[in-house]
Design a protein around this ligand. Structure first.
Ligand code: ADP
Length: 401
């Protein structure tokens, strides 16, 4: 079975084509600057060099047409015909309360995704464009949608409700949803398998630390609580997002600085976090480099970032009354040995003991970085959200009717 995974954004679209029997990637790539005359298609077949083409791509339907043309190109393609694609799996950021797992796309599902536009105005409309663009190009193909929020639908009301008037939840579904669910799901399962222990018996905290960052308390394999909230702004300090702040700052700053709603939204989402404190970068590699060069603002940004992450780990250990496994994943979590060390060296009271040599080793594979004496196993598990989407589509479409 061959499954094409698509992550459609408003002006970009990423894709990976999987051969499911060995879960290998036949081809991958992206289309950037959709809507412009100088859109860029990048295509990388399994055994060939990366190809790049600049052309006019004004909408998602054209973008998908170009992607499919690359996949079946007589010289550089990996399939003879698009009919060899058995299914297309899409990433959808917001599934609200309706979706607790991956589903097959039908008219009803598309309607529900549309109803959630309000909760994810930057993401869900683009995902729906991706789905209809596939329909326009390969009308017969089965499509599935996997939601970033679905894994967190196991949260109990005590973690998903905000202590504000219930009418806001009842009327507008204002509650915690959580994001990066496919990643937290993937790394928690892989961590248990790596340790050879039953997931159902483990108290785990998974830290997905990339440009966006979230931390999840995974109790017995289920999300008990997670740091992102109704939107991906809550929780940890991130590259350009503030994470938790006193909500009273919003009206106060709006009145003092005469900011509009859009401006304050943009301030908290795009001009806060590492970027705001360092004054130079939202990128952890650059922050670390600046620290080495003696930049005190970069150092403060790093310290705040680490401190806020560590506080969440402490809170979630308390929420589960213990901790067996701590997992780091995504760009920063997988690659920043300095951040992992700073976090773990300040959590020795919980029985965490890092092995500095294992932590410092550079490797793209799953690995243990705690010492044998550590009461908590600390792991680095590279995430793979596209593979989860492909596996879910595969499982769903192979179910007996
Ligand atoms: P996204 O949320 O966009 O998917 P990623 O998971 O790719 O982001 O993470 C991007 C972040 O990972 C950036 O801040 C980047 O600096 C950081 N990162 C990547 N490699 C390293 C590294 N070797 N050391 C420290 N940080 C790194």
């Amino acid at each position: 079975m061959k499954i094409l995974v698509i992550n459609a954004g408003s002006s970009s679209l990423k894709f990976q084509l999987y051969r499911m029997h060995d879960e290998s990637v036949l081809a991958k790539g992206k289309v950037e600057r959709i809507g412009m005359e100088t859109a860029i298609l990048t295509y990388e077949p399994e055994n060939g060099p990366e190809l790049r083409e600049v052309s006019e791509i004004l909408d998602h339907t054209t973008a998908i047409r170009k992607v499919l043309a690359s996949i079946v190109d007589p010289d550089t393609g990996v399939l003879k015909s698009v009919n060899e694609i058995d299914a297309v799996g899409h990433r959808v950021v917001h599934g609200g309360e309706s979706f607790k797992g991956t589903v097959i796309v039908n008219e009803e599902v598309k309607r529900e995704i549309k109803q959630l536009f309000d909760l994810a105005p930057l993401h869900n409309p683009a995902h729906l464009l991706g789905i209809t663009a596939v329909e326009a190009n390969i009308p017969e193909v089965s499509q599935t949608v996997t939601f970033d929020t679905a894994f967190h639908q196991t949260m109990p009301p005590l973690s998903y409700l905000y202590p504000i008037p219930m009418v806001l939840y009842k009327r507008h579904k204002i509650r915690r949803y959580g994001f990066h669910g496919t990643s937290h799901d993937y790394v928690s399962k892989h961590a248990a398998a790596f340790l050879g222990k039953p997931l159902e018996q483990l108290k785990m905290i998974t830290c997905h630390i990339g440009n966006g960052a979230s931390c999840t308390a995974v109790l017995g394999g289920k999300s008990l609580d997670t740091s992102m909230g109704m939107t991906p702004l809550e929780g940890l300090m991130m590259g350009t997002r503030s994470g938790d702040i006193d909500p009273a700052i919003v009206p106060f700053a709006m009145s003092k600085e005469e900011l509009t709603l859009n401006e304050v939204n943009s301030m908290l989402n795009k001009h806060s976090g590492l970027m705001a404190i360092s004054g130079t970068s939202s990128d952890m590699r650059e922050i670390q480099q600046a620290m080495q060069d003696g930049d005190s603002k970069a150092e403060l940004a790093f310290q705040m970032y680490e401190y806020r992450l560590r506080k969440y780990i402490g809170a979630y250990a308390a929420a589960m009354n213990g901790l067996d496994v701590l997992v780091f994943t995504a760009g920063v979590g997988e690659n920043s040995a300095i951040l992992r060390k700073a976090v773990c060296d300040n959590l020795t009271f919980m029985g965490i003991e890092l092995d500095d040599e294992l932590n410092a080793q550079r490797s793209g594979s799953e690995r243990l970085i705690s010492s044998p004496a550590s009461r908590v196993a600390v792991l680095v598990i590279p995430t793979n959200e596209e593979l989860v989407i492909a596996r879910e589509a595969h499982a769903l479409l192979n179910q007996p009717n």
